[in-house]
Design a protein around this ligand. Structure first.
Ligand code: PR8
Length: 465
């Protein structure tokens, strides 16, 4: 892909995902086609979350006092908070923050809700918009000032061990979501200087865009008892003692949608995984002067059969040339197209075309259409997944020479290097290479690429969004 940024910008516009001409920087409008993709992704996420979380909805505004309570947390967000200072013409005595994230909105309420160990654990999530005054270059869906699809989870537990387990569960849920979207990811234990403000530790999901830059698409944090102490959340344990509970939080944003579009899309437009495509099959009746009615009625019949089995299908019977319909099918990334003309009917067949490979195959109308199309959808899913994972895997390169890192990474790769684990040395690596350490992948031995002392971890280094 020549210029990924331009391509991404164009596809959002041409496939009518978003209108980024909204006259405030960092904010865009969801268009109907984009909104449908968003809805299907959210549906899948909610299905996963609802198994073990309760959905809630907290207010948008946070009082300055609450926001300021947790020192490290507020420091981390101070440059990014939007403030509401007036109600009409009246200036507030205390300004109100628009949530940049909701820890300080939710945890004062947790302090009221949690009384006894039998109240625990609590696991809630909400999908809301949050605002962050980003100073880096903004881009629709990727770095926005109004995050429109912020699904944040907050949990609270009796013991630290349970919080550790919950972090693992959060990771497992996100893996399932990304797998269902065929989005490849690397999971990193973030370096201490790059963890969530106030967290003990942070795990992040990173994926690779086609321009070789990585995008953080989700994070899971263990908050320890830091926020519980700050917000005075305590519970009475079984032994009658009052204790501080332990917390986790994890979140996803519009970036999930960005990566879905960016990773699977091609020069012709969107390529949607069947699981979230709002139309999975489009049937195009090829109608000439004669025999039109028969073709159309067969197309509708196929549609009904498929819909009954749960497919999302449409018959594109608009009065325009088939070429235009093919173009729309390509651009919108509908996984399967069925062409059906009078000649096909005579021969009792239809033609099935895959959006991911453009392969064309004939299929007899007497066969079991439902199972044939089901198997096509699975093949598409598998192909998208394999292609996307291959892309990221072939771009992970082990490097043992500090001087070579920058060039290799700027060629579009993720560098895998050995590190001693010392913060100062890690930051020095980032400075020397002008890149970001994504985090630890696993323990290792050998020598640190920078200080030459004993290495402890294999870490990833990349150019990030
Ligand atoms: C938390 N608190 O907030 P996090 N534009 C698009 N996506 C973004 C942006 C942005 N400006 N900023 C962050 N994200 C925790 C967990 C509640 C939930 C996305 O964590 O600050 C990134 O993918 O890491 C990030 O991983 C995710 O939101 C969660 O934000």
């Amino acid at each position: 892909m020549e210029d990924f940024s331009q391509w991404f910008h164009n596809i959002l516009e041409e496939a009518e995902i978003m209108d980024s001409r909204y006259p405030i920087k960092g904010m865009s409008v969801w268009l109907p086609k984009g909104f449908k993709i968003r809805k299907h992704i959210l549906r899948e996420l909610e299905r996963l979350m609802d198994k073990d979380h309760d959905e809630v909805l907290f207010p948008l505004l946070i009082s300055e006092t609450e926001l300021a309570k947790e020192g490290i947390h507020v420091k981390g967000f101070e440059e990014e908070v939007y403030w509401v200072t007036h109600g009409g013409n009246k200036e507030f005595n205390e300004k109100l923050a628009i949530r940049p994230t909701s820890e300080t909105a939710i945890y004062p309420m947790f302090a009221l809700w949690v009384r006894s160990h039998i109240d625990l654990p609590i696991k809630v999530y909400q999908t809301v918009n949050t605002m962050r005054y980003e100073t880096k270059h903004t881009r629709p869906l990727i770095r926005v000032r109004e995050i429109t699809t912020f699904t944040e989870s907050h949990t609270i537990h009796e013991t630290y061990d349970e919080a550790i387990e919950q972090v693992k569960e959060g990771i497992a849920i996100y893996k399932q979501l990304f797998d269902s979207l065929a989005i490849p990811y690397l999971i990193h234990d973030r370096p201490s200087w790059d963890k969530f403000p106030g967290a003990d530790y942070t795990f992040a999901f990173d994926t690779l865009m086609k321009d070789g830059k990585t995008l953080q698409i989700g994070t899971v944090h263990n908050l320890g008892d830091t926020f519980a102490k700050t917000f005075d959340i305590t519970y009475e344990a079984a032994d009658g003692n009052h204790k501080y509970p332990y917390q986790t939080c994890y979140g996803l944003s519009d970036r999930v949608i960005a990566s879905l579009i960016a990773i699977h899309g091609d020069e012709k437009g969107l390529v949607l995984p069947p699981s979230i495509a709002s139309t999975q099959v489009t049937i195009i009746p090829i109608i000439f002067k004669d025999g039109g009615e028969e073709v159309l009625s067969k197309a509708n019949e196929i549609k009904d059969i498929l819909e009954e089995s749960g497919f999302r299908v449409n018959v594109d019977n608009r009065n325009i040339r088939p070429g235009k319909k093919y173009y729309a099918w390509e651009l919108n990334g509908i996984p399967l197209r069925i062409d059906l003309g009078p000649r096909d009917l005579e021969n009792n067949k239809m033609v099935i075309i895959r959006r991911d490979t453009f392969t064309k195959e004939e299929c007899s109308l007497s066969e079991d259409i439902v199972s044939i199309l089901n198997s096509y959808l699975s093949k598409i899913n598998l192909n998208l997944k394999e292609k996307a994972w291959n892309f990221i895997k072939t771009r992970m390169i082990e490097i043992d020479d500090l001087d070579k890192i920058e060039k290799i990474v700027l060629d579009g790769n993720i560098g895998l290097i050995k590190w001693c684990g010392e913060d100062d040395c890690g930051k020095e690596i980032e400075e020397k290479t002008n890149l970001d350490i994504l985090g630890k992948r696993h323990e290792t031995n050998g020598v640190c690429i920078n200080c030459k002392k004993e290495a402890k971890y294999l870490i990833s280094i990349a150019k990030t969004y």
